[in-house]
Design a protein around this ligand. Structure first.
Ligand SMILES: O=C(O)c1ccccc1NCC(=O)[C@H](O)[C@H](O)COP(=O)(O)O
Length: 210
């Protein structure tokens, strides 16, 4: 099971994350209203870390995505707003980077609306709907995912913590397209500062059951 740790910002914290956990991806949030927002002048202290860096964008322009990708040396673009399939295609073609398209789940999801995105995304990511777009710390009703109709792998997000590893195990047994987990606020000491020991424990416990 792949692991993405989202909402990192401090160089020292990133250093420990790589040394002790080495997740598949680390997320950097480029949405100004988030308490985990990473300002541009952090680029120099982050760009050279040896980890796949995911830029999380909310309804940003292609130019902004390209500029930020170059400055921070991003490998992945996470589109976390109301981006259309046409825009997602443009991002994929113009950046050539890995793309995650997020769908925030309120009560239900119409799978038909995802069809046009399939050719342009590497993973879908399902998160809990929140007015602030992400980092809610709340899970959504995972039963909705039982009807997931695509072969495309997806990441599960929204309030994941050590407490719900048992349910994640059950979900994976039902839905093999569940390829990875995205963790964030349940592992925080304060916004954008993670408890690395707790993340290590999560990774070890997930690996022991899945
Ligand atoms: O975390 C944020 O502050 C955030 C704000 C706006 C857009 C996305 C954001 N986070 C992106 C993520 O991928 C989070 O990991 C995801 O929302 C889950 O967060 P949590 O429920 O805290 O585990």
């Amino acid at each position: 099971m792949k692991l993405k740790v989202c909402g990192m910002r401090s160089g020292e914290n990133i250093d420990s994350l790589i040394a002790q956990v080495n997740p598949d991806w680390m997320g950097l949030i480029f949405y100004g209203k988030s308490p985990r927002f990473v300002p541009e002048d952090f680029a120099e202290s982050i760009v050279n870390f040896p980890i796949r860096k995911v830029g999380v964008f909310v309804n940003a322009s292609l130019q902004e995505i390209k500029n930020t990708s170059n400055r921070f040396g991003l490998q992945t673009i996470q589109l976390h707003g109301e981006e259309t399939s046409e825009f997602t295609k443009l991002v994929k073609e113009k950046t050539g980077l890995e793309v995650f398209k997020v769908f925030s789940i309120k009560e239900d999801i119409d799978w038909k609306t995802l069809e046009d995105f399939v050719p342009y995304v590497d993973y879908f990511l399902f998160d809990t709907f929140t007015k602030g777009y992400g980092g809610s710390g709340k899970t959504f009703d995972w039963k909705i995912l039982r009807n997931y109709p695509f072969d495309k792998p997806f990441l599960l997000s929204g309030g994941l913590s050590i407490e719900n590893i048992g349910d994640i195990q059950l979900l994976k047994a039902e839905i093999p397209q569940l390829a990875g987990l995205d963790i964030n606020s349940k592992f925080e000491i304060e916004p954008a500062l993670k408890d690395i020991g707790k993340i290590r424990e999560f990774k070890e416990r997930v690996s022991s059951v899945i």
